[in-house]
Design a protein around this ligand. Structure first.
Ligand code: FUB
Length: 440
């Protein structure tokens, strides 16, 4: 083990799209919280997918420059929801709101095995935006149609409104001070044209904007309407995001450091509509407040603000210090780089022993440096025997191009008894090392 600065390849100079590639994420709800960072609360398309059924284990991502994103780890899974569907899964598009110092995480989840007729909007709370969420049950008294895709908007006067809906109907209402009950009843939103799902509300220059996906068969657009009241009636304004090539379209709009952004997902990485990836592009308004059509790019967005500093507690582990087996082997390249190679067989593995979880243990950001010639290699990540599922390792352009950086935020035990195993998933991949940065 040796200490070193953050690997250069883990720092990006443009965000690129998709912006999050290590796992599949969708339905991004973006917020800028009081600490000045931008956060994405996203759905997690678990790989391999089974439709949208097995979506589970929400992750939060944060950034200080819109380009370099940190996985903050898992915040809630179906097994944490006592009232939820016994078989789990079905953790669909979420949102998060902050009021009076408490973070409220809203998520759609069925309460019964018959998922399609038992949707509820669950609420979990925490005093921190990225960890410590505890489920508080579901919002009572809602229903009557597809109760999915909650979005909560907290106005400048600190009053909060919840919007939700699917199957062509959108309803909204004001939340009580407790943020988990509705004041009066929800009412149907008027004036939206061709509403499908994915409601999102933001405010700019005193105007409320309600954005949503439409019903274009298999490849929705995003449309929007405006109002001078948070609950409408709304005036329809048009399409501002053309189809992304994915069978679902879902996104959010937020301002960060004076620039507006569109957060959405596509299926560029996987080619599959149920393995989606979050993207970010700039969003612009016309003089009259209407939204210009968002240009979907491959490059993504430019940095605003400083790139992140290396975590002073980050530790690096060389592949030479790992145990490789089941087909993988350790070798040293001409440049003196130790490499665990040949990680393509399902039984191949590369295990790092004695990984330091620090005095307290807790969340740690794991980053793997690798080379892969395959368009999309994958590795399974196991930490102390817990399966963190498949982690994507997009091509670096060659099997000796060690420019790849992938990973996840996981939980480590205190002390140096942790072991992290990368096993064969898909494709030929070579590992040169791994960094571990404590977050707690
Ligand atoms: O991600 C599952 C569902 O697909 C969301 O709730 C919808 O908005 C669509 O993106």
């Amino acid at each position: 083990m040796r200490n070193q600065s953050i690997p250069a390849d883990c720092h990006k100079t443009t965000s690129m799209n998709p912006v999050i590639t290590s796992i599949y994420t969708a339905d991004p709800s973006a917020h800028v919280w009081e600490d000045g960072r931008v956060y994405i609360y996203a759905s997690h398309d678990v790989d391999p997918a089974r439709g949208c059924d097995l979506m589970d284990r929400y992750h939060v991502f944060s950034s200080g420059d819109m380009v370099n994103w940190r996985d903050e780890g898992e915040i809630l899974g179906s097994e944490d929801v006592k009232w939820g569907r016994p078989e789990g899964g079905f953790m669909w598009a979420p949102d998060c709101a902050c009021k009076n110092g408490t973070y409220y995480f809203y998520y759609p989840h069925p309460s019964g095995s018959d998922w399609n007729s038992t949707w509820k909007i669950g609420v979990a709370t925490s005093l921190e935006p990225t960890r410590g969420f505890t489920d508080q049950g579901y919002i009572q008294g809602l229903g009557g149609f597809a109760m999915i895709d909650p979005a909560v908007f907290v106005d400048e006067d600190n009053r909060a409104y919840m919007y939700y809906g699917g199957g062509g109907k959108c309803a909204a209402g004001e939340l009580n001070e407790d943020m988990i009950s509705v004041k009066g009843s929800m009412k149907e939103m008027e004036g939206l044209e061709d509403f499908h799902e994915a409601a999102w509300v933001f405010k700019r220059n005193g105007v409320y904007y309600l954005t949503y996906s439409d019903n274009l068969e298999g490849n929705n657009c995003m449309r929007y309407a405006t109002s001078d009241q948070p609950l409408g009636p709304w005036t329809y304004r048009g399409i501002f995001l053309e189809p992304t090539g994915c069978s679902t379209t879902h996104g959010s709009v937020a301002e960060f450091k004076g620039q507006w952004y569109m957060f959405y997902h596509n299926q560029e990485l996987s080619g599959e509509g149920t393995l989606r990836s979050v993207c970010i592009d700039e969003l612009y308004f016309n003089e009259d407040g209407t939204i210009r059509t968002v240009v979907q790019t491959r490059e993504g967005v430019k940095p605003v603000g400083e790139a992140p500093l290396p975590n002073p507690e980050m530790k690096s582990y060389d592949a030479a210090d790992s145990e490789a087996g089941g087909g993988a082997f350790i070798s040293v390249t001409e440049e003196g780089r130790a490499v665990a190679a040949g990680m393509y067989a399902a039984e191949a593995y590369c295990r790092f022993h004695a990984v330091d979880g620090g005095a307290k243990g807790g969340r740690a950001e794991i980053r793997l440096q690798y080379a892969a010639a395959e368009p999309l290699a994958k590795l399974r990540l196991m930490v102390n025997g817990k399966d963190y599922s498949l982690i994507n390792a997009p091509s670096t352009g060659g099997k000796t191009a060690f420019t790849g950086c992938t990973g996840l935020t996981v939980h480590l035990e205190p002390g140096s008894g942790n072991f992290i195993t990368w096993t064969g998933g898909n494709g030929d991949i070579r590992i040169s090392g791994m960094t571990v940065s404590p977050l707690d």
